[in-house]
Design a protein around this ligand. Structure first.
Ligand SMILES: C=C1C[C@]23C[C@H]1CC[C@H]2[C@@]12CCC[C@@](C)(C(=O)O1)[C@H]2[C@@H]3C(=O)O
Ligand SMILES: O=C(O)CCC(=O)C(=O)O
Ligand SMILES: [Fe+2]
Length: 355
């Protein structure tokens, strides 16, 4: 039987102990558990490097631009990221998703814990999946949806869970078609134009089929943001991530030589970033983006991340364009095998499949 994405995550869970989010409503100073400043992780280069104050910023691209393929290709090669406008996702739908996320995160802590993602689960309320890799906790709480959210939403709102599920389903449908559109444009910019050619090669992923996950993120205002971490630096694992952020700064990307660059919210735009699998498919022509979230003293940040990837049972391999001579930099890897490697080795996973 085919493995679903959620099964692939369940199969390789790595959570020795059950970590639960802080009850942010009741704390007025930064607890020891969330104070990163004295840890090795905090002083490692990635944290120390200054934040670029007047940086070049990731490009904002109009999806209807006649040069969209070139613009996106350039942005992905240079940044692994861009923001997109004219994406046809109604702002009312985005607002609806954010409102439901806000409603969820403002529930009392003991109620949210009823929908806790179990250590071996995929869907539900909880800390970021990467949390066990760090000795301190993040100033963050999340709600992950893989497949149906009904079971967990019902634990929160026994009689009114359907509306939440409908909104999340609608949003995922819209995201899916946007992600597919963007994937085709990116493949075109990589010189892989021919869908038929590719599908004949049955060893490579069926990039034209997909699975996805939705992550609602909440970063409450933080009493001591300079010593805390909203979301620790990481790369996203799948092909593409499409992110909405509310009007509160916090997202930063890391680039060699430049350091951390903020990605300020652009009203109405969605952020698109390259994930590890796209890095593999592009044969490292597109970098996978190392990013983090820093907390804010006064404002509550919310973000909605949609992760788009091929089916868990399919194989991903570098797609080499016919017009350039290239040597594959990665061996072919099954999506679920890569998820397993990532869940075990985090950023080392890509090195393990390098050839
Ligand atoms: C489909 C995905 C993508 C996941 C795992 C799973 C569902 C939740 C996603 C996140 C969301 C928060 C950051 C991250 C790093 C995390 O800890 O959970 C993401 C991770 C990934 O991109 O690897
Ligand atoms: O909140 C953000 O802007 C980042 C979220 C993120 O990186 C993720 O969910 O993977
Ligand atoms: Fe991310």
């Amino acid at each position: 039987m085919a493995t679903s994405l959620s099964q692939a995550y369940r199969d390789t869970h790595l959570q020795p102990k059950h970590i639960i989010p802080l009850d942010f409503d009741t704390v007025h100073e930064l607890p020891e558990s969330h104070a990163w400043i004295q840890t090795d992780e905090f002083s490692r280069a990635a944290y120390q490097i200054r934040v670029n104050q007047s940086p070049a910023t990731v490009p904002v691209i109009d999806l209807r631009s006649p040069d969209v393929v070139e613009l996106m290709g350039n942005a992905c090669r240079r940044w692994g990221m861009f923001q997109v406008t004219n994406h046809d996702v109604p702002s009312s739908l985005v607002d609806d998703v954010v409102e439901h996320a806000q409603r969820l995160f403002s529930l009392p802590a003991e109620l949210k814990l009823k929908a806790l993602r179990s250590p071996s689960g995929a869907t539900g309320y909880g800390v970021a999946r990467i949390s066990p890799f760090f000795s301190k906790l993040m100033w963050h709480e999340g709600f992950t949806i893989m497949g149906s959210a009904a079971e967990h939403a019902q634990q929160l709102w026994p009689h009114h869970y359907e509306e939440f599920c409908d909104v999340m389903d609608n949003y995922q449908k819209k995201m899916k078609s946007l992600a597919y559109k963007i994937l085709l444009l990116l493949l075109k910019s990589l010189g892989v134009d021919d869908q038929e050619d590719q599908q004949m090669d049955c060893s490579s992923a069926s990039l034209y089929q997909s699975e996805s996950a939705l992550q609602l993120n909440s970063y409450p205002s933080c009493p001591n943001p300079n010593q805390a971490v909203g979301l620790a630096p990481h790369t996203d694992s799948l092909l593409l991530t499409i992110l909405h952020q509310n009007d509160t700064n916090g997202l930063q990307i890391f680039q060699e030589g430049t350091g951390w660059t903020p990605v300020p919210p652009v009203p109405g735009a969605l952020i698109v970033n390259v994930g590890d699998l796209m890095h593999i498919v592009s044969n490292a022509r597109f970098p996978t983006v190392y990013h983090r979230v820093v907390p804010n003293n006064t404002r509550h940040r919310f973000s909605i991340a949609y992760f788009y990837g091929p089916p868990a049972d399919s194989v991903v391999a570098p797609l080499l364009s016919s017009s350039e001579v290239q040597i594959p930099r990665f061996r072919p890897v099954k999506v679920k095998e890569y998820i397993g490697l990532k869940n075990k080795h985090l950023e080392e996973a890509l090195h393990l499949i390098r050839v």
